[in-house]
Design a protein around this ligand. Structure first.
Ligand code: ZN
Length: 144
């Protein structure tokens, strides 16, 4: 793991929370991106070298809708930047962590992502993310 890449925060309304975080951080979000495969719309903020991702559900069966239903709005995941996501997934599996993905998939912000089950990490949902060098995955198609 190289560094914390961003914090993910589950919100009910991206519009309302964009305004709130703009006031909080003193800077506007720099992008909004929908990840249809995850049923989320995201916005990103910078805070010095760090990033915050707000996540809004776009469907009722989105993981974000389920999270808010159970726990309410709040910190949803911590994302770590990794150099080689496949190697890191293998390492964590060998260390006994439960992964929620068998293979990396395309996430927001031009990243390949995979998640570690919170039950195997002290209740914390962990996202691994690796920057994608080109706009598409090797092979061309999105992995889902
Ligand atoms: Zn994230």
């Amino acid at each position: 793991m190289n560094k914390i890449e961003h914090l993910g925060v589950a919100v009910k309304s991206l519009e309302a929370s964009n305004l709130l975080f703009e006031k909080l951080l003193g800077a506007a979000h720099y992008k909004i991106e929908e990840v249809a495969s995850e049923g989320v719309r995201t916005s990103f903020f910078k805070c010095g070298p760090n990033k915050i991702e707000l996540l809004e559900a776009t469907s009722e069966d989105s993981p974000i809708a389920e999270f808010i239903e159970k726990k309410g709005e709040g910190v949803h995941h911590v994302a770590f930047a990794v150099g080689d996501i496949v190697a890191e997934m293998e390492r964590l599996k060998n260390e006994g962590f439960t992964l929620l993905n068998e293979v990396p998939k395309k996430g927001a912000d031009n990243k390949l992502v995979a998640f570690v089950h919170p039950k195997s990490a002290n209740g914390m949902l962990i996202e691994l993310c690796q920057e994608i060098p080109s706009p598409t995955l090797p092979g061309g198609e999105e992995v889902s």
